[in-house]
Design a protein around this ligand. Structure first.
Ligand code: ADP
Length: 653
């Protein structure tokens, strides 16, 4: 069934065992080094059957430091250890080779190096246009990095010519306004790229070491589109400079397109990739939220590409390929493209390390992988109360370790808050992980009791040695906005006010003009607004916070939502609070004070930080049963924390 995606392919004399690719992605795992944890992260996926991995950016020069650096004296030893670990599994390893240009900050604090003095939208520091000598220095640095990779036994390299980094900055008229041989005409703007490719080829010419390039449409007007990338492919083809072409999408002008969330359809990058790849006479890699071998096989079958990037899918389940090949596609833990762990944690300045909302072990393979679970020496009767993601993960792990697990869930379905989250437009994949966890706990023999609301009086009958309390959290409909905690919204008790949970669970919404009050800054406010618009209401969203949904920004979810909401009957006010609601209208005021004004509002949705459901805790303590509180019942946060705490609870019983 998967014969195309699982068939080998030759790239520059390298035989790649199948066509599943893990494209380069920053992890933060090594914190600047090729650490044992980073090697274990890749090794787990090599063991899991992936064909090719492109390792995250290797910087060629100190003017653009990265998590891996060609000028790091320890890197050669790291590569040796990595190749020793990966080789036995058959997966091939290419290294992505990179310079950020204006998207980087030199180690010595000097301005970024770039073709012209046009700053990056992300870094916002005016770069210094590179001199000819600096251009030559960087071209030489690419060649030296290529030699390093070959000498250290890697199978190839990928020159990063996409995502708005240095090479693409030279290609684009938006970032290259030079008047010398490197700017102006398309030929001149391509000169830097060609000098890099020729220098690299000159350094590592032998077959058996692949050299390719990553290209992407940058989605800016005047920038790099299909035509420009086709022109690059034609020139590379004419000179035989590339052994493969890897096609991606986006730049820092369109960051959410680089790592499309669940709102994007599977294969969303094909539209800009396939017309470019068609021009290539060497293997083409595409990417774009592919999750299953079935989807990837179809890409190859339709001739849209030769290899398929499945990066986030591999983060969610390192064993995706092996499981599918062995007839267990339904056991593959699905990536839900929530971007909470993989991108969100990486970009979060307090964390700077990849995680995964569905796979607690991602980035912690040496300690947290399912293969590291230690069977219990002392089987316990474990009662898990609550079948949301935290409870389900705890039950799964505890049962895997050999405990006798009962899970009680008040509702007729498992999934908890995920069952509400998936009701919002473009959030349907949230439920996929609930379905997977459900399948897994049944497979592990958990005794599941649905429609079972556990009260104080029921506890004794379960005869539990340990209780895991995963009862989630309740909306707090008290009208308190944290900017003015002593001044709850007047009229909050009226019938037309509801929580986002209510909104997503009632059969029909009544009203014309809705007001969403988001006191939290997660996704619920935006989800409620989009849901109400879909139901035909006009929507005003008000938040005391200075930006919309600030906690969802690192997951790259806010701008795409605004793009969808922008053309509709949607208005929003940041830095604003609600003074009162009365059934017809609401009175708003800037949080800093000043004139109040009114908006129409015959339906009000109040999104607040929920209150943990801990009613059972006293009775559990009185009964003297050891108890672990996890997930939203501990304190409400994102799915990634619910999964992590569920995993830890099951692991430590
Ligand atoms: P988390 O994200 O922490 O897993 P959720 O809110 O998703 O939290 O899930 C909590 C689940 O616990 C819900 O499905 C809810 O129905 C269930 N629940 C809450 N209280 C009880 C109870 N007393 N007995 C059984 N199930 C409960």
């Amino acid at each position: 069934m998967y014969e195309r995606i699982l068939s080998p392919i030759e790239i520059g004399g390298v035989i790649v065992p199948n066509r599943t690719v893990r494209t380069a992605h920053a992890t933060g795992i090594g914190a600047g080094r090729l650490s044992d944890d980073l090697i274990a992260y890749h090794e787990a996926r090599a063991r899991g059957g992936f064909g090719l991995t492109v390792v995250e950016i290797l910087s060629v020069h100190p003017t653009s430091p990265a998590s891996l650096n060609a000028f790091d004296p320890t890197i050669a030893d790291g590569y040796k250890r990595m190749m020793d670990a990966i080789r036995p599994h058959g997966m091939k390893l290419f290294q992505q080779v990179w310079h950020a240009g204006h998207n980087g900050l030199p180690i010595d604090g000097s301005p970024p190096w770039a073709p012209s003095d046009i700053p990056s939208p992300m870094v916002g520091i005016v770069p210094r246009p590179m001199s000819k000598a600096q251009i030559d220095e960087i071209v030489g640095a690419y060649a030296a990095a290529a030699r390093l990779c070959r000498d250290c036994g890697l199978d190839g390299i990928e020159i990063h010519g996409a995502h708005g980094y240095l090479i693409q900055q030279f290609l684009s008229t938006n970032t290259n306004v030079r008047e010398d041989d490197y700017g102006g005409s398309p030929e001149n703007r391509m000169r830097f790229l060609l000098e890099v490719m020729r220098a690299v080829r000159g350094e590592v010419a032998e077959p058996g070491f692949a050299v390719g390039i990553r290209l992407a449409a940058d989605l800016t007007s005047g920038g790099i589109g299909i035509a420009e990338n086709r022109a690059v492919v034609e020139v590379l083809k004419a000179e035989g400079l590339a052994d493969f072409i890897n096609l991606s999408l986006g730049s820092y002008h369109s960051f959410p397109k680089m790592i499309g969330g669940m709102h994007e359809p599977v294969g969303y990058e094909l539209e800009t990739a396939t017309p470019v790849g068609e021009r290539s006479n060497v293997p083409v890699i595409v990417t774009g939220r592919f999750r299953t071998l079935e989807e990837a096989d179809q890409v190859v079958r339709l001739g849209q590409a030769d290899l398929v990037g499945m990066t986030r899918a591999s983060i969610a389940d390192p064993d995706l390929v092996v499981k599918t090949r062995n007839g267990q596609a339904d056991r593959v833990r699905p990536c839900i493209a929530c971007n909470q762990g993989c991108v969100g944690q990486l970009l979060d300045p307090t964390q700077r390390r990849i995680g995964c909302a569905v796979n607690a072990a991602a980035g912690f393979e040496t300690t947290l992988g399912d293969d590291k679970l230690i069977p219990t020496g002392q089987q316990k009767n474990v009662l898990v109360i609550g079948g949301g993601p935290a409870g389900l993960e705890a039950a799964r792990v505890a049962a895997k370790r050999g405990h006798q697990v009962t899970l009680a869930e008040a509702m007729p379905d498992l999934g908890g808050a995920l069952n509400l989250a998936d009701k919002a437009p473009r959030r349907q994949t949230m439920r996929d992980i609930a379905k997977w966890l459900e399948g897994e706990i049944y497979a592990e023999g958990v005794d599941v009791r649905l429609s079972t609301y556990v009260t104080d009086d029921d506890l004794a009958a379960f005869n539990a040695d340990h209780i895991i309390l995963a009862t989630g959290a309740e909306p707090r409909l008290d009208g308190v906005q944290l900017s003015h905690p002593g001044e709850p919204i007047e009229g909050i008790g009226l019938d037309h006010v509801m929580s986002s949970n209510n909104l997503l669970s009632i059969p029909a919404v009544k009203g014309t003009n809705a007001l969403v009050i988001d006191d939290v800054g997660h996704y619920e406010g935006l989800a409620s607004a989009e849901y109400l618009l879909q139901e035909g209401l006009n929507v005003t969203l008000v938040t005391r916070l200075p930006t919309l949904a600030p906690h969802m920004r690192t997951a790259l979810m806010v701008d795409p939502a605004l793009e969808r909401l922008g053309n509709r009957n949607f208005t929003y006010h940041v830095g604003t609070r609600v003074l009162s609601v009365n059934g017809q209208s609401a009175t708003l005021q800037p949080v800093t004070g000043g004139d109040a004004w009114q908006v129409n509002a015959d339906l009000v949705v109040f999104v607040s930080l929920n209150r943990p459901r801990l009613e059972l805790l006293d009775a559990i303590e009185r009964a003297g049963v050891p108890c672990t509180v996890i997930g939203d019942a501990n304190t409400p946060r994102f799915l990634v924390r619910a999964t992590a705490e569920g995993n830890a609870a099951g692991r430590t019983l």
